[in-house]
Design a protein around this ligand. Structure first.
Ligand code: FAD
Length: 464
């Protein structure tokens, strides 16, 4: 960053957003440059800094006993590291030409302009709220922030209801279904798609569907919610679709997020097709030497498809922050892109994916073969072996690995990391068959399920 602004002897880095991406960037910049050289001012409009939203389902479900375990670093801890983190302060405007931001203290309403030499935009994502009657009624909850999680827990504890409806069957929806089951609720999941987990191909989503029903969850697919019905007390009492009503003492919304880029848009910064900020490999906003952006407010390059994609995940937000902080601190780092790896679980069912689904590969014009194999998590004779399904996509003719999806129980989710590494390395399925993976009967069959799929995919590619 060129930070020779001549505003005193210290340069100033301003960070918008006090969670994963923003505070990783601030912390790394501080590691790179001491307070004598670099002043760091961070603005967070919420009540919490550096917390794990990823842990909310496990806190609500009772696996994590208390909220504060999800907070990695408090505002006081950041301030002790010479980061001037200003909580409950919202940035309302970015003046790119003037290199300054306008900040509003949400308690007092007071506004001031703060100049910067370098700026980090880490404003995250905004959850989609359905625009329909009843969407804001008491008993209807999002789970985006710790405050949302607390409100949901209060609702569960104080209303003593027994029936919960989750709207949306992406990973947050299925994780919340588990949390509510753990709290003793009868759970219905209402899903617009034909199967849960649309990040999988529908044939693999069907396995999740069946397993969720096996766990006692009622799955309603192909259903569009039309309104949320309220009782005389104003609280939600049911979720209505075009065809039916599902009684609910509590409703959890998990219908996705959009990049929080209103500020960036108003400032004229470049946005992509998905509404996220566009950056270069150093996480610099394209065309702006002194502005970086990372986390849920940016689009990322998918290394398999070669296309920009919106992948709002904490794993990327933390890496972006590290790269931004290194560069803002005068070092050099890049974020090359993602291969699309994601894991989640509902009770003991583990769900994993990486790379491209069939429809992604079609969309970018790749021709491919698919194989689906059934195997087990441990040697078949070893106690506790459980079934595992692996689907693999390989490019026609070249045999390059394009994607893997795994549904199973113990050990299914993290097995996908083998495929994530293979995708990153650009391996063919034939090269994968020779991978020297660990084997002992308690951990896998002698041919790991991923290798069985790679062998079968190799034969199929050779035959075409
Ligand atoms: C329930 C749930 C479960 C999840 N599970 C996983 C998981 O298992 N694995 C995974 O990889 N990811 C998971 N995620 C996603 C992960 O939490 C996000 O990708 C991550 O938090 C993104 O970090 P971020 O810093 O980009 O954005 P955020 O965490 O959204 O932080 C952005 C911050 O900026 C603040 N802000 C925005 N605008 C302004 C402004 N104008 N002025 C001041 N402050 C502002 C916001 O208040 C917010 O605190 C989960 C998310 C949720 C909600």
């Amino acid at each position: 960053m060129s930070m020779s602004s001549g505003r005193g002897d210290r340069e100033r880095l301003v960070v918008i957003g006090g969670d994963a991406a923003g505070m990783s960037a601030a912390s790394q910049a501080r590691r790179m440059r001491g307070p004598d050289e670099l002043e760091i001012v961070a603005f967070e409009r919420g009540h919490f800094s550096s917390y794990s939203a990823c842990g909310i389902p496990y806190w609500v479900g009772g696996d994590v006993p208390e909220r504060d375990r999800l907070i990695a670093r408090t505002p006081q801890e950041h301030r002790a590291r010479d980061i001037d983190l200003r909580m409950r302060t919202e940035v309302t405007e970015i003046d790119v030409a003037g290199r300054r931001v306008r900040a509003r203290d949400l308690a007092s309403g007071g506004e001031s302009w703060v100049s910067y030499d370098g700026l980090v935009i880490a404003t995250g994502a905004r959850p989609i709220r359905p625009d329909m009657p009843g969407a804001d009624a008491p008993g209807v909850h999002g789970v985006q922030t710790l405050g949302d999680g607390q409100a949901l827990l209060d609702s569960l504890v104080h209303t003593g209801g027994r029936r919960a409806v989750v709207v949306g069957a992406g990973y947050i929806g299925v994780e919340m279904a588990e949390a509510l089951i753990n709290r003793g609720y009868e759970v219905t999941v209402v899903n617009r798609g034909s199967e849960p987990m649309s990040t999988l191909d529908p044939d693999m989503g069907r396995l999740v569907h069946r397993a969720m029903e096996g766990l006692g969850i009622t799955m309603v697919n192909d259903a569009e919610v039309t309104k949320l019905l309220t009782g005389q007390d104003g609280r939600v009492r049911a979720v209505a679709t075009e065809d039916a009503e599902y009684p609910a003492d509590v409703v959890v919304l998990g219908i996705g997020v959009r990049p929080e880029t209103a500020l960036a848009r108003a400032a004229g910064l470049p946005l992509g097709a998905h509404g996220g900020l566009l950056t270069d490999l150093a996480m610099r906003v394209r065309g702006h030497e002194e502005i970086w952006a990372g986390g849920d407010c940016v689009e990322v390059l998918n290394l398999v498809s070669g296309q920009e994609q919106y992948v709002p995940l904490g794993t990327h937000a933390n890496k972006h922050g590290q790269v931004i902080g290194t560069n803002a601190g005068g070092g050099y780092a890049t974020f090359p892109g993602v291969v699309g790896t994601a894991v989640s679980k509902v009770c003991d069912l583990e769900i994993a994916r990486t790379g491209l689904r069939e429809k992604d590969a079609h969309r970018v014009g790749l021709q491919f073969e698919t194989v689906t194999i059934e195997s087990t998590s441990r040697a078949g004779y070893y106690p506790g072996a459980s079934p595992m399904t692996v689907k693999m996509l390989a490019e026609r003719r070249t045999g390059r690995l394009l994607g893997v999806q795994i549904v199973g129980r113990e050990g299914a989710a993290k097995r996908v990391d083998i495929a994530a590494v293979a995708l990153t390395a650009g391996m063919t399925v034939e090269q994968m068959t020779a991978l020297d993976l660990g084997y002992a009967p308690p951990f896998s069959p002698v041919w790991d399920p991923v290798l069985v799929a790679a062998r079968k995919a190799t034969s199929k590619v050779r035959a075409t």
